[in-house]
Design a protein around this ligand. Structure first.
Ligand code: NAG
Length: 205
């Protein structure tokens, strides 16, 4: 359902780049194994109609990506949790949100089960996913856009916490990204195995 970056880049370079405009704008951290992530997403403006905009925080392995996807295909924003990859699992729960809303999201791992929660303005959703065979080694904040220009930003996250199985001092300061666009990450500090990030701002390309 939702594109997974490894697949997308392959498909894109093979053929889709000829017929559809697909663009990625990300901020990313890498660690051997992520075990939890949480934060507040400020819902951006609605993109122009007609394309397929996905905006999400998530954690990715070599086999798939666990995401809280803000989906704007229908002309309104809907946010829901799910895993795209192998194993193939049904998409999880969510609700509609409006620009300016704050959505608190959490992902946490116990055994092979990821518990995902979303809450905003009295609405809440929870999804439990048994994701075997996936070591999540990348934490991603993405705008994944098909035939939609990135002119509906900024996309803002606050109070982000990313936890790995290894000390955050080893990876909290290493920030990667996809796409040519202005973004800022402020107040990223390591505390034990958790990287606390005061804010991430992804501005229009
Ligand atoms: C998760 O799935 C695996 C593989 O199907 C299964 O062996 C295991 O019991 C499941 N765990 C839970 C908590 O359901």
């Amino acid at each position: 359902m939702f594109s997974f970056r490894f697949f997308s880049l392959l498909i894109c370079s093979a053929l889709l780049s000829l017929v559809s405009a697909q663009n990625w704008y990300t901020v990313e951290w890498d660690a051997p194994t992520f075990t939890a992530m949480s934060g507040d997403m400020i819902v951006p403006k609605l993109p122009q109609p007609g394309g397929t905009p996905y905006v999400w925080p998530g954690v990715q392995s070599g086999n798939g990506v666990l995401q809280a996807v803000l989906d704007g295909r229908s002309g309104t924003w809907w946010i829901g949790d799910g895993f795209f990859g192998t194993p193939s699992l049904p998409w999880g729960n969510g609700f509609n949100v409006n620009p300016g809303d704050t959505v608190h999201f959490t992902f946490s791992l116990s055994g092979t089960t990821w518990t995902c929660t979303l809450s905003s303005n009295g609405k809440s959703a929870s999804t439990s996913l048994n994701i075997t065979g996936n070591t999540m080694n990348r934490a991603i904040f993405a705008a994944e856009l098909y035939d939609v220009p990135f002119n509906f930003g900024p996309i803002v996250y606050r109070n982000v916490k990313i936890t790995a199985s290894t000390p955050a001092s080893q990876w909290c300061g290493g920030i990667a990204h996809l796409g040519s666009y202005p973004f800022t990450v402020s107040g990223n500090t390591a505390s034990g195995n958790t990287c606390n990030i005061a804010s991430i701002t992804q501005n229009n390309a």
